[in-house]
Design a protein around this ligand. Structure first.
Ligand code: NDP
Length: 243
C-alpha cells in the first residue's frame, strides 16, 4: 500500500459507494481525509464510520460552494494534496424518453460538478506546486451505451477534463487522472436487473462485477507518489469488460 501519511485529501460524494471506499482506502494509507455529500448528517455519519477528519455538506453543482469549501479545507489543514472528484449521478433512458430535467441534472452534476471541483483543487494546489487529482469517468464515456446517452456523454466530458487539466496543470506540479470503472456494485447500479448484471458479468473476462474497493485501490495508486509520472490518463477498472 502506498504511504499517504501527512497528505490532506478531499473526496466529493464520499458518503457511499466508490467515494466512501476511496475515503477508507486513503485513511488506511495514512491520509487526513475530508469527505462531502449533499446532506450534512449523512456526510458526518459516513466520516465517522470511515475514520475521516470531517464530513461536510456540499452540492457540487454549486460552483461558489465548491470553491469556498475547498478553500476552507485547505486553510484549516494548511494545504490540500489530493482531490477525488467522485460525485456523480446516472439516469438511464432510451433516446426518445430522455427527460430534460435529467439532462440538466446529469450535466450539472457530472460535468460542471467535476469541473468546479478540479478548478477549486487546482487553485488550492497551485501555491505549493504539487497535488494529485482524480476524476470519475466510465467505460461508457469511451465506448457508448444504449439507454445511457446522457450519462455516457457526461463521462466522456469528464475524461476530457482530466486530459485537458493535466496538460494545463503539469507545469505546476499537479497531476490529473481519471478512472473509468466498468460495472461496480453500488447504489448507482443497484437498479440494474439481475439479468443485466449476469449479462455484464458474463461479458467480463474476470467473470464478475467490480467492487467499490477495487476502484478505490486504483484511485489510491493514482494519487500516490507511486504514480508520480502518470498524468492525463484514463485508467480502466472493468475486469476486462471492454476487451
Ligand atoms: P453512488 O450512487 O453509490 O454514490 C454517489 C455519490 O455521489 C454519493 O456519495 C452522493 O452523495 C454523491 N452525489 C451525487 N450527487 C451529488 C451532488 N450534486 N453533489 C455532491 N455529491 C453528490 O455512486 P457510485 O459510488 O457508484 O459512483 C461514484 C462515481 O463513480 C460516480 O461519478 C459514477 O458516475 C462513477 N461510476 C460508477 C460506476 C458504477 O458502476 N458504480 C461505473 C462508472 C463510473 P449524497 O447522495 O450523500 O449527496
Amino acid at each position: 500500500m502506498p504511504d499517504l501519511t501527512g497528505r490532506v485529501a478531499l473526496v466529493t460524494g464520499g458518503t457511499r459507494g466508490i467515494g466512501l471506499a476511496t475515503v477508507r482506502a486513503l485513511v488506511a494509507a495514512g491520509a487526513t481525509v475530508v469527505l462531502t455529500g449533499r446532506d450534512e448528517s449523512r456526510a458526518k455519519e459516513a466520516a465517522a464510520s470511515a475514520g475521516a477528519a470531517a464530513g461536510l455538506a456540499l452540492d457540487v453543482t454549486d460552483a461558489k460552494a465548491v470553491s469556498s469549501l475547498v478553500r476552507s479545507v485547505a486553510k484549516e489543514h494548511g494545504k490540500l494534496d489530493i482531490v477525488v472528484a467522485n460525485a456523480g449521478i446516472m439516469e438511464d433512458a432510451l433516446l426518445g424518453m430522455i427527460r430534460e430535467e435529467a439532462v440538466d441534472a446529469t450535466l450539472s452534476t457530472n460535468v460542471a460538478g467535476t469541473l468546479h471541483t478540479v478548478q477549486a483543487a487546482a487553485r488550492a494546489m497551485m501555491r505549493k506546486k504539487t497535488g494529485a487529482i482524480v476524476v470519475l469517468a466510465s467505460i461508457v464515456g469511451e465506448y457508448g451505451s444504449a439507454g445511457q446517452t446522457v450519462y455516457a456523454a457526461s463521462k466522456a466530458a469528464v475524461a476530457n477534463i482530466a486530459k485537458s487539466a493535466a496538460k494545463e496543470l503539469g507545469r505546476s506540479g499537479i497531476r490529473v487522472n481519471a478512472v473509468a470503472p466498468g460495472v461496480i456494485e453500488t447504489d448507482l447500479t443497484a437498479g440494474l436487473s439481475e439479468e443485466a448484471k449476469a449479462e455484464n458479468a458474463a461479458k467480463t473476462p474476470l467473470g464478475r462485477l467490480g467492487r467499490a474497493e477495487e476502484v478505490a485501490n486504483a484511485i489510491r495508486f493514482l494519487v500516490s507518489d507511486e504514480a508520480s509520472f502518470v498524468t492525463g490518463q484514463v485508467l480502466g477498472i472493468d475486469g476486462g469488460l471492454v476487451l
